[in-house]
Design a protein around this ligand. Structure first.
Ligand code: MRU
Length: 355
């Protein structure tokens, strides 16, 4: 590969583990403050995922994996039974944080499987295996992003790109999915302008994407969500790239609320519409997007903005994600290449291929 992560971003990794602490960039504070927090317990990691101090599908997967590493290294269990009981408790606590992004369940199950394959090993051996596997999950995420960055930059048209939410470095362990593609395009002089949707109600576009891409010197313009259609109609968007929280077997995918609206508009305007996601975001056990559990979040997120009340006390509906049917999707950029329609057949093929 042409570039290394340090050629593409000045940001550090968003999620790390060392010396019995899970370190996270606190995403609730950006852009007002850049702060790395160190978490010491599984409960603290679960709370950080729930409250979105760490968010973005691959980032929460890695954080949960490191949560299990934390358990493995800090548990004072005297017997195998006690250690395993604690492990399953930690697993459940981390699993019950957010329901839509499949990377969380993928990462936790990967470690659980490893533990169950090594039940006869000495506890200290199991502890080491868990920590090493969590680290591997994080390192593989960076590697996948780097690959997707190169692949995406190769196939996307030169010009103006529009993105929604934050699928950047902050949403992953490092670089981002969409973030890696944008960074390689920028590096190669292929990215004229990045349109960033603000992404109400949690403002991941305005607070996080605008911040991290600006920090890395990518030319961008921030727009309110309801401006995207007009910008497309004016011919100012050459392609749209978004992340994904769960892609299912027929190519339907869940991503941040508002993605579906963009996909329909992109079709109307003949604009290529891609999602960029690693294999860990693809859930082949679900047949269609209708089966994806959609998280509903608090009323407060809609009734307030930046801590200020912006609406009277009325009833609120706040789905955090929507599902984009595969018919609106031009392609899925993965670390193993780009998947084009027919998605059902080509996704199956992707998983059959050797890495
Ligand atoms: O609720 P969030 O902020 O966790 O939602 C994040 C998204 O929808 C991202 O676009 C998605 O996780 C892809 S991140 C590479």
């Amino acid at each position: 590969m042409k570039y290394r992560p340090e050629d593409l971003t000045r940001l550090p990794r968003s999620v790390e583990y060392r010396e019995q602490r899970v370190y996270l960039i606190d995403q609730r504070l950006i852009p007002r403050e850049f702060k790395i927090i160190g978490l010491k317990t599984v409960e603290e990691v679960a709370r950080a995922i729930k409250t979105m101090q760490v968010r973005g599908a691959p980032a929460i997967g890695a954080a949960a994996a490191f949560g299990l590493a934390l358990y493995a290294e800090t548990s004072g269990a005297g017997s195998r039974e006690e250690f395993l009981d604690g492990f399953y408790r930690a697993y459940e606590i981390l699993k019950n944080t957010r329901p839509t992004a499949v990377n969380l369940f993928w990462a936790l199950s990967r470690i659980k499987r490893l533990v169950e394959e090594n039940l006869e090993s000495p506890i200290d051996e199991i502890r080491k295996l868990i920590v090493a596997e969590a680290q591997k999950i994080a390192d593989e995420d960076v590697e996948a992003n780097l690959r997707m960055g190169h692949i995406g930059a190769e196939i996307l048209p030169e010009g103006n790109i529009l993105t929604h939410c934050n699928a950047g470095s902050l949403a992953t362990v490092h670089l981002g999915t969409v973030g890696a593609v944008l960074r390689v395009m920028h590096r190669e002089g292929k990215l004229r302008l990045l349109w960033v949707d603000e992404t109400r109600p949690v403002l991941q576009g305005a607070r996080l994407s605008a911040w991290e891409y600006h920090y890395d010197g990518i030319p961008l313009k921030l727009i309110a969500d309801n401006m995207a259609g007009f910008v497309m109609q004016q011919g100012k968007v050459d392609a749209i790239i978004v992340g994904a929280d769960r892609i299912v077997a027929n190519g339907d995918f869940a991503n941040k609320i508002g993605t579906y609206t963009l996909a329909v508009l992109a079709k109307e305007h003949g604009i290529p519409f891609f999602t960029v996601a690693p294999l860990s975001t693809i859930d082949m056990s679900l047949k269609s997007g209708k089966e994806i559990p959609i998280e509903e979040r608090s009323e407060e997120e809609v009734l307030t903005c930046g801590g200020c009340r912006i609406a009277p006390e009325v009833d609120v509906y706040n789905p955090a994600f929507d599902v984009t049917p595969h018919k609106y999707l031009t392609g899925i950029i993965t670390e193993r290449g780009v998947v084009y329609p027919p998605f059902e057949r080509n996704l199956k093929r992707l998983f059959r291929e050797e890495p």
